[in-house]
Design a binder for this molecule. Structure first.
Ligand SMILES: N[C@@H](CCC(=O)N[C@@H](CSS)C(=O)NCC(=O)O)C(=O)O
Ligand SMILES: [Fe+2]
Length: 250
């Protein structure tokens, strides 16, 4: 995705215990080089902040796609290290943050922005962040889909207000309607994938190519164990990842 002519710096980062992707975006032609982190993990905050420093970026937003159940978000920890950073999550999540976004809202970094789309179903408050057309280059749009849509998979729907019928509707109405070459960057990968496109998932996603009833049956028969960290992660993530070891910054 990165090229010589683009204004956008993009990095995909990985936390291996929870198989979580964190994304760093920055406007590198802007004097301040404003940057955004999507879905930071507490365990890899130092790595992420070192990279941001090395690249000379100014982090302005730390975003979550939803209240994660399998890891503690890094947003509170980031704010203790840099109080100017603003945490962001959807209003529908019921979580606390500096900025509570709703569908259609835009988060600007320089003249680039991410637009918010509501994609509930894995959790009530799941959102997808989509790059705007301010990139100034003929490059595809990018959708950060959280756990709503994974590469050749999707988020489970058996807790946190999940609903398979809602998830099917969300993906079909909010993600599969994006241009076919839109890049899909999910919050997790368990199969060795890093990226996909809308077209690929519309053709080959083993769950979401199915009609709603078949999808519902697939999701009901997954029988996945609950995430190991769920009891710790969900309460912490409702307050931006605040724990005993971090300050109360939210
Ligand atoms: N093994 C992990 C949890 C795995 C898991 O349940 N992943 C979630 C996303 S994190 S809420 C999921 O939706 N998975 C979908 C799937 O099809 O696997 C752990 O114990 O941490
Ligand atoms: Fe999740």
């Amino acid at each position: 995705m990165a090229s010589q002519t683009t204004k956008l710096l993009f990095r995909q980062l990985f936390e291996k215990e929870s198989s979580t992707y964190t994304y760093l975006l920055a406007h590198v032609c802007h004097p301040q080089k404003p940057a955004i982190l999507i879905d930071p993990v507490d365990k890899t905050v130092d790595r992420d902040l070192s990279l941001i420093k090395e690249l000379g970026l100014k982090l302005i937003y730390a975003l979550n796609t939803h209240v994660h159940a399998d890891h503690v978000t890094g947003t509170a920890l980031i704010k203790t290290k840099d109080p100017e950073v603003k945490s962001v999550i959807s209003k529908a999540s019921g979580a606390k943050a500096d900025v509570l976004v709703q569908p259609g809202d835009k988060l600007y970094f320089g003249d680039l922005f991410l637009e918010v789309r509501a994609t509930p179903g894995h959790t009530q408050g799941c959102i997808t962040y989509v790059t705007g057309d301010g990139l100034g280059q003929p490059q595809p749009r990018v959708a950060f889909t959280g756990d709503a849509l994974l590469v050749r998979g999707c988020g489970r729907t058996d807790f946190q207000g999940g609903s398979s019928s809602q998830l099917h509707k969300s993906v079909h109405s909010q993600i599969f309607t994006l241009p076919k070459d839109t890049l899909i960057y999910p919050a997790h990968d368990y199969k060795g994938f890093s990226v996909s496109t809308v077209e690929e998932e519309m053709l080959y996603n083993p769950r979401l190519t199915k009609d709603e009833e078949t999808f519902k049956n697939i999701m009901e028969s997954l029988n996945l164990p609950y995430p190991k960290m769920m009891d710790k992660a969900v309460p912490a993530n409702l307050v931006c990842g605040y724990q005993e070891t971090t300050s109360e910054a939210c």
